[in-house]
Design a protein around this ligand. Sequence first.
Ligand code: DGJ
Length: 724
Amino acid sequence: MSIFVSDGGVFHLQTAHTSYIMALVDGKYLAHVYWGRKMDTPDMDNALINRWIVFSPLNGDGWSLDFARQEYPVGCGTDYREPAISALYDDGSRTVELHYDSFRVIPGKPALEGLPATYVESDDEADTLEIVLKDRLKGMKVVLRYTAYRELDVIMRSVLITNESDSPMIIEKAVSASVDYEGAAYDMITLPGAWARERHIERRALRSGVQTVESRRGASSHQANPFFALASHGATEDYGDVYGFNLVYSGNHTSGVEVDQLFRARAWIGINDYDFAWRLESGESFQTPEAVMVYSAKGIGGMSRTYHRLYRTRLVRGRYRDAQRPILANNWEATYFDFDEEKIVALAKEAAGLGIELLVLDDGWFGKRNSDNCSLGDWYVNSEKLPGGIAQLARRVNDCGVKFGLWFEPEMVCPDSDLYRAHPDWCIHVPGRERTETRNQLTLDLSRPEVCDYIVRAVSDVLDSADISYVKWDMNRHMSALGSAGLPAERQKEMPHRYMLGLYSVMERIVSSHPHVLFESCSGGGGRFDPGILYYMPQTWTSDNTDAVDRLRIQYGTSLVYPVSAMGAHVSAVPNHQVGRVTSLKMRGDVAMSGNFGYELDLNAFTEEEKEQVRAQVEQYKDLRTFVQSADMYRVASPFEGNTTAWVFVSQDGNDVFAAWFRVLAEYNIGVRRMRFAGLEEAAVYTDTEDGREYTGAELMNIGLVVDLQGDYRSRTWRLKKKA
Ligand code: DGJ
């Protein structure tokens, strides 16, 4: 059992190393008591304090909601801080009053209807606590759901709101989790970015007032990943308290921290209340997405490894959760739109000769598409380019000895397409207003079931017509001019979330009916790198920026939350197509090997010498992937702090180690540079498989190995094996 409830109304969730505690006050208010290192249930007279604050009204029973540390704070009452929930009742009133009603403990973890979520494979992996709160005057029922995993230090939270009254009510805000801290001496770590610069790490001390991370773009976005962490000042990769918050959601999200007048932090994460309202008729419910909360007493690295393990084993599903991922070559940066069957087959032949296992045909194979100005939505082959069709192409690629993969962008429609001409109202738009385009495309309105059905049919027809082993599912614009022709006026603000529900149902239907296909998601690179999508598709194209130097930051930042098995990483041509930089093939390979490895360039353009190098890289990765894709990752030097980046991957059984060290610009007269390993056993002996030398774990971690490299853009890797 990982959940204990005492008679006095203390709810104590325990994971392997953490405790999360709440308590009832006066049998009525649900107070937050503690989240941190594992402990016994404390004395509530000491842990729960009530004080009056000047200028803050008291509730009739003397309890100050503006002072109390609350578990799910309400809006428009006596607490002036950020509410977790706001509503508009039928009579125009907005005060929500939630009082305790009941609880139950369920073994395991029930699924969230219509939404992606972490799961258990057997009920003894976790327990779930449901605490019911009610606004009795207005007939609102709120179920706070918590799951505590026994072996992983994670707490999952979500909220189900039901209208038990006879009148409609409107939910204007409902976050998935809110946590009140007793202090605010934390740094906030976030992952902001932009297209081709995703998930760069920012860290700053909390300040008074509200600091937020949010997306209003209809996607989790390149700009703001649905993640933040609070780290004690001075916390490092290995030391200090770190609290991570991540939302299993791919649409508009908000998270933030308010530091109040008493220098206390309130943190939250959930669906964004920007342009959001959800109408609940009598008897209807609203389910929030799931928040994944990780406490680590072992620094930022400890937090990351917990997220990685959870997502790798209990978020990602299907055959490829545990299977090794293939080494692929993608034709996008090799040909862009300029290809035909012969060119693709030539790439496949070359790929086979190099040991590459899968060839992916990217954008441009359908409709009349020869540039990005038409045909999205018309998922039938461009017979001018590929007269034999996809089935023939797939066969010829397979005959070369490699598998075949195909690109789709199913959520979009181009105004110049047969689909748009047939269904001009199927896109997100406001009648009478301009339909604003990005990349000559509009977003299909996935809040409409008939649009979802079309997508499932169109994509499935192609997948069923040929031997396709892999799909790249792209999405290249954010929502604008929000409106749905399928929703009544009073439900227009539901469209962005209904879109997500539609998208998840489409993905579920396609993925579950094609279990042999490996799906990789993409959104202009890493614009939808979130746990929501990972539930359906086990890997994501990390960024459209394939420059090895920029990738160090992007992959390092991404690894704060997401496992290496989720990151697509390819070697591309030089000068790099995005930034124009020239880096060595060795460094490009070493960076890409720290993810799901592949190539994205014209394989026919390699010299014989380069081909030898590529064959060696492919062989090296085939050895590495047996453990790197499921390894524990230790970050040892940050590209955000200097010229050097380094990380270590240690297999789950501790026997295999891969470490990589990268230096961006040459340095001179800087003394000795060393790679200091991490995550090893101090007393164990490790053999360097390249030169046979042996070192103890203590030596590798405390003294390290000298790295003597000259020149810009250099890298060095080590493959170690623990001696039996
Ligand atoms: C954006 C993706 O991120 C690229 O990799 C490529 O697939 C293009 N779209 C194709 O249009």
